[in-house]
Design a protein around this ligand. Structure first.
Ligand code: GLU
Length: 417
């Protein structure tokens, strides 16, 4: 079975648009802009595996290594039937600006395999993962490029990569992050992206004399990012009025009982059928009246039309690349404040960094230590972004890109092209 490569939305053009805006404010030369936009390496691998029924199947996998001037390249690996080279390139570039923004000693990379994990058995996914690892093992490593979980991949996937890689290079826990805690992973890593989104919301609301306790939330996506963010918001007294997954969106204006919904999803693998609550469409979710809207699913959702109908005061981007430039322009015009992805979802890669440090030093941090450092890192980045946005009179996104890009540009210039 071969999954055709889908023509993805032009994500890389959106990312390069944000990059251009920041580069022009920084006065970066055309020459350097070209260097910053160009990925170092794009790997396309054909993955041939034997399916459980004995037939052969071929899948296509990508790893885009975008920039390594600040350190080894870092970024997730996703499994999705809509993965395409263009999108992976855009996500790799975003990782470069994200790690630079939060001051991590990493560059940016991203990977993806075109497959639908719902149609594959656990052992087929294991074979796909190990075959892909085998094909890219020469160009990844604790000091070269360090994959991590992303959409539809998890601690188990990372354990398979570590295992396959270590066969050739010896014990190498630092080759991936997001591993199971009992297999050299870090406490707090699984929750880190959702917690980071919540910490960003906390900072943003505090700045506007508001608090999570007196706000309403709509969350698109109920996976590792949206589900954990919903849990953290609920624990802090926030009212989550709508959440969604592939089956649709669940709406209750009185506020959803998130812990019980999480239990329900563990049993039913879907939010559908929960307490007979009303189901609404994804479009309806995006236009619900609320204080904070959190996109935490796929990218490229805020087109001009969708952005015009948004009825929230704040958008906090848990997903990567959810806003197209045309949507961003509308948000800026309408005074809707957007905490951009490279800031709002940086919690995951931040704790990945802590995991990598623990692996290198062969020691473990407590969960309290991890979460304290995460809070410090996110708050610090948030404050730098807000300060610069005020100074430049620009959006938080432009400010975040200026900081990330500025750091990478300076490193590139110092190291030599
Ligand atoms: N996939 C996550 C992201 O997009 C985490 C990457 C990592 O931990 O390296 O930021």
């Amino acid at each position: 079975m071969v999954y055709p490569q889908q023509e993805g939305l032009m994500s890389i053009e959106a990312t390069n648009h944000y990059l251009e805006t920041a580069a022009n404010i920084l006065g970066i030369s055309e020459r350097l802009k070209t260097v910053l936009k160009t990925p170092r390496r794009i790997i396309k691998a054909e993955i041939v595996i034997e399916r459980d029924n004995g037939e052969l199947a071929t899948f296509v996998g990508y790893r885009v290594q975008h920039n390594n001037s600040l350190g080894p390249m870092k970024g997730g690996l996703r499994y999705h039937h809509e993965v395409c080279e263009n999108e992976v390139e855009s996500l790799a570039s975003l990782m470069t600006w994200k790690t630079a923004l939060v001051n991590l000693p990493f560059g940016g990379a991203k990977g993806g395999i075109i497959c639908d994990p719902r149609k594959l058995s656990e052992s087929e996914i294991e074979r796909i993962t190990k075959t892909f690892t085998d094909q890219i093992r020469d160009v990844i490593g604790p000091n070269i490029d360090i994959p991590a979980p992303d959409m539809n991949t998890n601690a188990q996937t990372m354990a398979w990569i570590m295992h396959e890689y270590s066969k050739f290079y010896g014990f190498s826990p630092g080759v991936v992050t997001g591993k199971p805690v009992y297999l050299h992973g870090s406490l707090g890593r699984e929750e880190a992206t959702g917690l980071g989104v919540t910490l960003t919301i906390e900072n943003l609301l505090n700045d506007h004399q508001r608090s999570i306790k007196d706000a309403t939330f709509v969350i698109q996506g109920f996976g590792n990012v949206g589900g954990i963010a919903a849990k953290c918001i609920h624990e802090r007294g926030g009212k989550v009025i709508c959440v969604s997954d592939v089956s649709g969106a669940l709406y209750d204006k009185k506020g959803i009982d998130i812990p019980t919904l999480i239990q329900h999803t563990h049993e039913h693998h879907s939010i559908k059928g929960f307490q007979d609550l009303e189901m609404i469409s994804n479009e309806a979710l995006l236009s619900l009246e609320c204080d904070v809207l959190v996109p935490a699913a796929l990218g490229d959702i805020f087109t001009k039309e969708v952005a015009e109908n948004v009825n929230a005061s704040f958008i906090v981007e848990g997903a990567n690349d959810p806003t197209l430039p045309e949507g961003d322009e509308i948000f800026n015009k309408r005074g809707i404040i957007v905490a951009p992805d490279i800031l709002a979802n940086s919690g995951g890669v931040t704790v990945s960094y802590f995991e990598w440090v623990q692996n290198i030093q062969r020691l473990s941090w407590t969960e309290e230590q991890v979460n304290q450092e995460l809070q410090r890192t996110i708050t610090n980045a948030y404050q730098r972004v807000v300060k610069l946005a005020k100074k430049e009179n620009c959006s938080l996104r432009t400010a975040a890109f200026i900081i990330g890009l500025g750091r990478v540009a300076k490193a590139n210039l110092t190291l030599g092209l």
